[in-house]
Design a protein around this ligand. Sequence first.
Ligand code: ZN
Length: 85
Amino acid sequence: MKVICCDVCQSFIPLSSVWQQCRCGNISGVYLSDGLHAQVVIEDKTRGRVIGVPNSIRYGFKREDTCWVFKETSDRIDFLKEHPK
Ligand SMILES: [Zn+2]
């Protein structure tokens, strides 16, 4: 699963099929209809990121695993300049 994280307002929000935004608006995003790819907008990239959480952790099958930060070059996330209209 993908979680958007904002250092400005300390939000930590799992993406869903509905557009989600942190409290201050620095980061927002949505899963696309395939449930795998996402669109994300980050105003201040030094203070926001998308974190990948393994499903094994999300669903409790394992107690330990590695999370990661998605790079801007990720083929799973379109980092957009602004919210699509
Ligand atoms: Zn924020």
